[in-house]
Design a protein around this ligand. Structure first.
Ligand SMILES: [Zn+2]
Length: 221
């Protein structure tokens, strides 16, 4: 069961198309996994479309008269089930540390990078276009842990597979977790997990000799 969701403001910004690529990927992927948010997003998107149409009523009428509806229907009827299937978005598959994961379609065409890693932590950096925030797939192998840290900016984590726990909670697949400088934690996973993270500033390690942890901080950021 999914316990953590994007808030309504974030869903609305997504419906309006205002989120950057990294955050839009996180919200889209969550909505593929979460029927509740999928439903809310569909309602918001419909509402945005209605508003846009009522604002451009005249141009919409021009558009309707400029397309040939018969032509359009004919080409839709000619689509065979096979050609429809080939047009459906495909899931992205990634392999790391001998595990294979099927990711939500939001990640397709984004997962062609290589993994880098230290110990049980592996990271694949994803494209964020011009945004200053960084997006990664993060795999933590069974028994792995990230040293205690807090966040200088905001960190969004979408848990894709497996579970992890920190001082606050235990998280499962689909959970959409937003943390900032008020949260200090050391996530651990017993079974291993795969997350998608969007971070807009480096992590700040709160224990130990932080210099030693810098390579991990750099890897996760
Ligand atoms: Zn949700």
């Amino acid at each position: 069961m999914i316990n953590y969701h994007p808030n309504n403001d974030m869903l609305l910004e997504h419906a309006k198309g205002n989120l950057n690529l990294a955050m839009a990927t996180a919200v889209s992927a969550h909505c593929e996994l979460c029927q509740k948010c999928q439903h809310v997003l569909a309602e918001m998107t419909q509402f945005q479309a209605d508003v846009a149409l009522s604002e451009t009523d005249n141009s919409a009428q021009e558009f309707e008269t400029s397309i040939d509806l018969d032509d359009m229907l004919t080409s839709i009827m000619q689509l065979t089930p096979a050609s429809i299937a080939s047009r459906l978005p495909q899931h992205a598959i990634v392999s790391v540390k001998g595990h294979e994961f099927s990711l939500p379609t939001a990640f397709r065409q984004q997962t062609d990078q290589t993994w880098s890693g230290i110990g049980k932590i592996s990271r694949m950096r994803l494209d964020t276009e011009k945004s200053p925030s960084r997006a990664s797939l993060l795999h933590i192998d069974a028994g792995g842990e990230i040293p205690e840290h807090t966040h200088q900016g905001t960190e969004v984590t979408l848990l894709l597979e497996g579970h992890f726990e920190d001082e606050f909670n235990r998280y499962g697949p689909g959970d959409f977790i937003v943390l900032d400088s008020n949260h200090q934690h050391s996530p651990k996973t017993q079974e291993g997990c795969l997350c998608y993270t969007v971070v807009d500033a480096p992590l700040h390690f709160t224990k130990g000799i932080s210099k030693l942890l810098n390579p991990i901080g750099e890897l996760i950021y």
